[in-house]
Design a protein around this ligand. Structure first.
Ligand code: UD1
Length: 421
């Protein structure tokens, strides 16, 4: 298993290009299942979860070709299997995203219950109950969801909770349903909007994009020709590198990024003392050599502060000036990084869904274990400012979601290397 070794102490400085968003690329790739025509997707990030999705689609009989610039051409005209097997799904929860499109286009889907990051129970009841409301016949047996429907029927769905992949699955199911589907309390995350725009480019009729009420007028098929769609930039990758610069009192210029999707994160970084300027597709952060101030953060669905940035801010608070309180409201078990940071000397107290972080002068390098994707990133950030060497184990989590992290951090002057075995 690969590990990362980081020697702390370098003040990061430089420029970086941000990759396409993992959480947009995954639903967009799943949505290609709906298209009668070949489609081409650009700005795909180089990530393990993308490889898993390509394997998942490939084993259904879909033809995928990828060029050196990470453009993927997908031809879903001939599908031989309507199944997402456990072996693939267990490593990536987003595999559940094939359920809606398979059922909508082929009337049948067999999808293993998802795995992915261990950050809470993460049920899929809203996906299943809503598809049943749309007329699907769903049976759960031996760890699989077996779904059938001759043609799904549009209806009004009021989601109990804001769910990102839930909204995406239902959007994909509704585009080919008979009649109109209205999804209320829909997730407004930019990745949901990116999927909706892609579906519309393929011929779907979705309105209310960027709001929490999505209206989908069902069509018989999606057969738009010559579609090329570029995935939006990854706001979480961008946010992580902004924190990397902030925590090291450094400076970074991010390119190919969408600052408008990062308002909550940028506000908190400014509160922490960062000098930030933005343009249409760039963000520059400069700490002018100053230590960040601790900030209070409360995670919630978009446009509030993203849960996927919580661990990185916990790392920043652990070496910041003062005390910062982090409240996690989206997932109930998302503080696994805290225990590892405590092993590096961090003064963090956990009280149910709250982490009280008292900034200390310096963390101490230690062997630590990555437990989920964003937690892993936060341990790398902690390693950047720790005294001595930090060894981050189980970094397959990082490879699921960060495109060439050690190369990008090295480019900014970090001392970080990967070792195999
Ligand atoms: C997605 C993102 C993940 C991010 C999360 C919240 C992808 C591939 N992953 O995950 O990076 O952290 O959104 O922004 O896009 N819930 C239910 N029942 C359901 C579905 C969800 O109770 O059927 C609950 C979950 O347990 C959680 C909350 O709803 O407490 C939000 O989860 P959800 O938005 O569904 O997260 P994911 O889509 O899995």
């Amino acid at each position: 298993m690969d590990k990362l070794i980081i020697t702390g102490g370098s003040q990061l400085s430089g420029e970086l290009r941000i990759s396409g968003a993992k959480n947009a690329a995954l639903p967009v790739l799943a949505a290609t299942l709906l298209s009668e025509e070949p489609v081409s997707i650009g700005n795909i990030p180089h990530l393990h979860d993308i490889t898993t999705t390509m394997q998942l689609l490939g084993q259904m009989g879909i033809r995928l070709t990828i060029d050196e610039k990470m453009n993927i051409e997908v031809d879903s005209s001939s599908i031989t299997k309507y199944e997402a097997p456990y072996d693939l799904v267990k490593t990536m929860r987003a595999s559940i995203l094939v359920l809606g499109p398979l059922l909508a286009r082929f009337g049948e889907a067999h999808v293993s219950f998802p795995g992915g990051c261990a950050i809470g129970t993460r049920p899929v009841d809203i996906h299943i109950d809503s598809l049943i409301k749309m007329g699907a016949d769903i049976r759960v047996e031996a760890g699989y969801i077996h779904a059938k429907a001759s043609r799904l029927k549009g209806c009004k769905l009021v989601l109990d909770k804001v769910t990102v992949t839930g909204t995406e699955n239902l959007l994909m199911a509704a585009v080919l349903a008979e009649g109109v589907t209205i999804i209320e309390n829909a997730a407004k995350e930019p990745e949901v909007s990116d999927l909706a725009l892609f579906l519309n480019a393929m011929g779907a009729k979705i309105s209310g994009i960027d709001t929490d009420i999505l209206t989908i007028e069902g069509v018989l098929k999606l057969d738009a020709k010559n579609i090329h769609y570029n995935i939006i930039p990854d706001r979480i990758e961008a946010g992580t590198y902004l924190v990397a610069a902030a925590i090291t009192k450094g400076r970074v210029l991010l390119k190919d990024v969408r600052p408008d999707l990062l308002d909550a994160v940028i506000d908190k970084l400014r509160e922490a003392g960062a000098d930030i300027s933005t343009g249409d597709d760039w963000i520059e952060l400069n700490m002018h050599g100053k230590k960040p101030k601790a900030v209070n953060v409360r995670t919630a669905p978009y446009p509030a502060f993203p849960t996927d940035m919580q661990a990185q801010f916990t790392a920043m608070n652990s070496v910041a000036e003062g005390v910062g309180i982090i409240t996690e409201t989206v997932f109930e078990n998302r503080f696994m990084h805290v225990q590892e940071m405590q092993r590096m000397g961090a003064d963090i107290q956990l009280e149910s869904n709250t982490a009280i972080c008292k900034g200390i002068n310096q963390l101490t390098g230690a062997p630590v274990m990555a437990t989920d994707l964003r937690a892993s990133a936060s341990l790398v950030l902690a390693g950047l400012v720790a005294k001595g060497e930090t060894l981050v184990d189980r970094i397959y989590h990082i490879d699921r979601g960060y495109d060439h992290i050690e190369e990008k951090l090295s480019q900014l002057g970090a001392s970080i290397r990967r070792i195999s075995g």
